[in-house]
Design a protein around this ligand. Structure first.
Ligand SMILES: Cc1ncc(COP(=O)(O)O)c(C=O)c1O
Length: 478
């Protein structure tokens, strides 16, 4: 039988052999490190309580407790109140002898790539409790084929939550649940049943910096994108005038992705005016709107005109991208078209996860989690800013008022060599160039060299080392 990552091993199951002589604590630590390194103890494996281990190995309890504590401090193990000691996620086993890994596969030791919240902070206990309550209370019909609009329980709490926290104007009937933002894009643009664009308006304006993955998804759906330059106030809405055929624009108004600023109030008004004048539509990607650190949240543009703005929210940054749940708040005239694109029955978003999320939001668990994570991410951001101020004060950091990532500006022409240095040091991090729309010319918007640093990504115990490595690869002032 193989060990499951969550299984608890008893002391004798660990098969630790300590040499007969020498310090017991050092010997136990060496044996545990070796068991982890070799892959015998997989990440997540729960270890026996130190008392049981001490009894099995015939050593003093304090010795076992000290060895655990040191290995936690070194990052090999994690200790959580109430759930004991386990092998840390980052403690990577090497391949067992005899199994050949492809030579090129090299897992980075430090991960500051943007794109995910701290996976180790997912509120497992509160989520399980919400799931238990939700499933206990669920009517039998919840276990049958699902309504493509999504569970009413979830749409009802979302309508309240989005109004309260994001200033979204809606009721449950204008919300359609989907499997995250990317799925919303697919529903709107992909295939014969696509909702948009209407005939003759086959281009979509996007920000000059954004996720290549989304641009590619749109390109595959046959929707060419045209870039709007960015400046210190966000997307240049006046740039829409140059694209007479464009009727739809996709923006990240609360926190431009990835450069980081909010869309200026005058631009928010301007884009809604543009949509009214041209019969157009604004798609608002509110991917991390809850995480604002220095001021009150910047409300959703949707609140300015719910008939001209499609609001797109997701649980991917606030909870986890593993959930695959998102929500579309639609103008009235689009609800039936989106439902037609979804088909007769819900085929993507699990009704049981929807019920759990509804219970999680309704019981206040979601608010508590977001508050806790906001505090934690702010501390991480402050640590990053302080470390840079100390070790690389010439590096300008921006986009730090909100979100889960920051942008570090580099001297022109240095981005590629800095990325190489990062890879050499085992640090995974992205360059700004990857996000630049290929259609934007240097005269419309000069390219900037920079790094996009996802400070939410590593677990707590690995964060400081990742930042120290980052500081170590930044070039000196030119
Ligand atoms: C710019 C942007 N939009 C949207 C999303 C959310 O995507 P999804 O809901 O498909 O996970 C992300 C990533 O979390 C993102 O970076």
């Amino acid at each position: 039988m193989t060990d499951t990552p969550t299984a608890t091993t008893s002391g004798s199951d660990l098969h630790l052999e300590l040499p007969a002589t020498g310090g017991r604590r050092a010997a136990l630590m060496a044996a545990l490190r070796e068991a982890i390194r070799s892959g015998r103890l997989a990440p997540g494996t729960r270890l026996p309580p130190y008392r049981a281990l001490a009894a099995d190995l015939g050593i003093a309890r304090n010795t076992a407790a000290d060895a655990y504590a040191e290995l936690v401090a070194e990052g090999w193990l994690t200790a959580r109140q109430g759930s004991g000691t386990a092998v840390a996620d980052r403690a990577e086993p090497v391949a067992p002898t005899g199994v050949r890994r492809p030579a090129r596969v090299h897992r980075p030791s430090h991960n500051l790539r943007q794109g995910q919240p701290d996976a180790s902070s997912f509120p497992r206990t509160a989520w399980l409790a919400a799931g238990r309550r939700a499933l206990t209370a669920a009517p039998n019909e919840a276990f049958g084929p699902g309504d493509p609009q999504g569970r009413r329980e979830l749409r009802t709490v979302l309508a309240d939550y989005l109004a309260r926290v994001r200033g979204v104007r809606t009721d449950p009937d204008r919300i359609v649940i989907c499997s995250g933002f990317a799925h919303a894009l697919r529903l709107l643009f992909e295939g014969a049943g696509a909702v948009l664009p209407s005939p003759g308006s086959g281009r979509l304006a996007v920000e000059a910096y954004g996720l290549g993955f989304h641009r590619e998804l749109l390109a595959r759906a046959g929707v060419p994108t045209v870039p709007l330059p960015l400046d210190e106030h966000g997307a240049r809405i006046d740039g829409l005038a140059a694209h007479r055929k464009v009727r739809t624009v996709l923006l990240t108004p609360a926190h431009q992705f990835p450069t980081g600023g909010p869309l200026h109030a005058s631009r928010r008004a301007a884009v809604v005016d543009w949509a009214r004048r041209h019969g157009g539509l604004v798609l608002e990607d509110d991917y991390d709107g809850e995480f604002r650190y220095d001021r009150q949240p910047v409300g959703a543009v949707q609140g300015l005109d719910p008939e001209r703005v499609v609001y797109l929210g997701t649980a991917s940054k606030s909870l986890t991208p593993a959930l695959r749940l998102g929500w579309m708040v639609l103008p009235d005239h689009l609800v039936d078209r989106v439902l037609a694109a979804k088909g007769e029955r819900e085929a993507w978003a699990s009704a049981l996860d929807q019920l759990t999320l509804a219970e999680f939001i309704g019981s206040g668990g979601y608010d508590r989690h977001v508050r806790r994570m906001r505090r934690r991410y702010r501390e991480r951001r402050d640590h990053l800013v302080a470390a840079l101020a100390e070790h690389a004060p010439h590096i300008e950091v921006s986009g730090i008022a909100a979100g889960l990532h920051a942008v570090l500006r580099l001297a022109p022409g240095t981005e590629r060599s800095v990325l190489k240095a990062a890879a050499y040091q085992g640090l995974a991090v992205d360059g700004l160039a990857d996000y630049r729309h290929p259609g934007i010319g240097p005269d419309e918007m000069p390219a900037t060299d920079g790094l996009v640093v996802g400070y939410a990504t590593p677990p707590d115990h690995a964060y400081q080392a990742a930042v120290a490595t980052l500081c170590g690869i930044l070039p000196p002032p030119v």
